[in-house]
Design a protein around this ligand. Sequence first.
Ligand code: UDP
Length: 327
Amino acid sequence: MKILVAGGAGYIGSVCVEQLVERGHDVVVVDNLSRGHRQAVHPDAWLEIGDLSDVAFLQRVFSATKFDAVMHFCAASLVGESVSDPLPYYGNNLTNGFNLVRTMLDHGVKHFVFSSTAALFGEPRSVPIDESAIKDPTNPYGRTKLFFEGFLNDCDAAYGLKSICLRYFNAAGASEKFGEDHDPETHLIPIILQVAAGQREKVMIFGDDYATPDGTCVRDYIHVLDLAEAHILALDYLRGENISDQFNLGNGKGYSVLEVVAAVESVTDREILIQMAPRRRGDPAVLVAASEKAREILSWNPTRGSLKQIITSAWQWMDNHRAGYQG
Ligand code: UDP
């Protein structure tokens, strides 16, 4: 298949591109490289550097290749930043997403895989969270993703655009070649690993007064390769069944921030200095997925579920890329 991957130079996108290429698909990556890295694009994929706000650029890319499907990973995706500076969230996640979908429709491309998020649920009424749970985001990031899911439903009803929305819980870990390299880094596991590697003095714990067993936030960490697998299955499902749907993707097991710190200490055999800090705005206390629907309908079978395995893969990637993709 010919697949356009928007955001294929970013963390999750790069691993999905790797998996698509390894399965023999022709991949064109569209990325503005604002947060992604040229070196993160698999050498057998074609990279078009440009921005989704540039409709003429998108028209050129879609005119040059007749795509079978589009995967859309581009997003501003930091919970705290979305609260303090929501404008780029609405611009990137809504306006630019509209441009991409409108251009697809102009060119008769009708299959779309969308990177959605657990953040659209907000503070869950019950855990684990299945697809029918109330969606009441606690931050602008989650709100933009929820709005876009609704937009995709409308595009299905009106234009027959079939989409699969994959709601990631906390993506983590690395493949052998592709991993997480953000600047600045804000995500928990890479930050703790930076402390283990001596690149950072300590990790701040954002809140220890949540209604959780140890007071710190609980998240469901899912290996990026298991997420990539879900994208491949979603594509097959779209092509085979031609039905739109939404799936929650996680392991169904939550770990507190302090448990993640302890797991990193065990994997790396190094002590991690922590410091308690105020809550980060927009953070729900607990996000844990019920992923039975993805297992049943997509035949998704995540195989790298242990936190130790996830952290080990990220640690190995960091060891091989001491300065990230620049190293
Ligand atoms: N967190 C933390 N210190 C950090 C980074 C994150 O305590 O330096 C917490 C954060 O408040 C959240 C959890 O770790 O409860 C996971 O945060 P992350 O940013 O990795 O992912 P998110 O849940 O926002 O998608």
